[in-house]
Design a protein around this ligand. Structure first.
Ligand SMILES: Cc1cc2nc3c(=O)[nH]c(=O)nc-3n(C[C@H](O)[C@H](O)[C@H](O)COP(=O)(O)OP(=O)(O)OC[C@H]3O[C@@H](n4cnc5c(N)ncnc54)[C@H](O)[C@@H]3O)c2cc1C
Length: 244
């Protein structure tokens, strides 16, 4: 997305895909480059109104799961943002974008903990009722241990999430704790929700149970607010500082 200074405001052109709530949002925030030679210092932040000329909403994406997210995109074609729509000028916008990201990563981690908790509740209840080979499914040690592993990972993910949330609450540096929490929670949720489905046999796939929906949700969480790879890059950049 690029922005060009014009009389009384800025002219914006460009497109952004994969925006949460883009299907319905009347007001969005866009970061646009005002001067490529300035790198991140050239980025400015604008309030974008869907009713202004030049705003074109894309058809929302259809996903497997995440149906309430309303994810989609929009393009701006010679869209004029008035001066008062400049939320952060060049030089300040990139920093402001990063300021909110630790909180976002932490709530995505919390979301994954919630999804796995729900999956475990469902799987434990189900396997405590269904019988195979003369005993409850949860009494088969192989199945029970898988659910135990899921419970252990859930405890670990929760502690990472609580730590990041506490640091944010205290106004302290949460960059690495939030990255660790988000990476671990999204990764483990994918694997452990799948384990819960496995413990329930084919019935775990049925739409009356929330597990397959949560599995899709965990995959979505692996991208939103920074992919697992981006978390690795963030943590990797700090390795010499932390362990060197
Ligand atoms: C439901 C949903 C809602 C979203 N909402 C928003 C939103 O509101 N606002 C917003 O800005 N974004 C949003 N996103 C976008 C999300 O932040 C991106 O999906 C994410 O940044 C990855 O970018 P990409 O999908 O374009 O993957 P690509 O950039 O095409 O990358 C493909 C793969 O390669 C990996 N990769 C890319 N570069 C590197 C590298 N240098 N090193 C190692 N691995 C790399 C990526 O992690 C990814 O796995 C949303 C995504 C989803 C799924």
């Amino acid at each position: 997305m690029k922005a060009e200074r014009v009389a009384g405001g800025w002219k914006l052109n460009g497109a952004k895909a994969w925006i949460t709530n883009a299907a319905v949002a009347g007001l969005s925030i866009a970061y646009a480059q005002t001067d490529r030679s300035q790198g991140y210092r050239g980025i400015a932040c604008f309030a974008i109104e869907a009713e202004r000329p030049g705003f074109q909403r894309d058809t929302p994406f259809e996903l497997h799961g995440g149906h309430a997210i309303g994810v989609g995109g929009f393009r701006l074609v010679d869209y004029i943002a008035p001066d008062e729509a400049l939320l952060h000028p060049p030089g300040a916008a990139f920093k402001s974008a990063l300021a909110g990201i630790n909180g976002a990563r932490t709530y995505v981690a919390a979301m994954c903990c919630g999804m796995l908790h729900a999956a475990l509740e469902t799987a434990v209840r189900y396997t405590g009722q269904r019988q195979t080979f003369g005993q409850k499914v949860i009494e088969h040690q192989g199945v029970r241990w898988k659910l135990v592993d899921a419970a252990t990972d859930l405890e670990a993910a929760r502690l990472l999430t609580y730590r990041a949330a506490r640091l944010i609450d205290e106004g302290k540096d949460a960059v690495l704790p939030a990255a660790h929490a988000k990476k671990f929670a999204t990764d483990m949720a994918l694997q452990r929700i799948a384990d819960c489905i496995q413990a329930m046999g084919a019935n775990g796939l049925r739409a009356e149970y929330p597990l397959a929906r949560h599995l899709a949700g965990a995959k979505i969480a692996a991208y939103t607010d920074g992919s697992i790879e981006m978390m690795n890059e963030r943590i990797g950049a700090a390795l010499p500082q932390v362990f060197g």
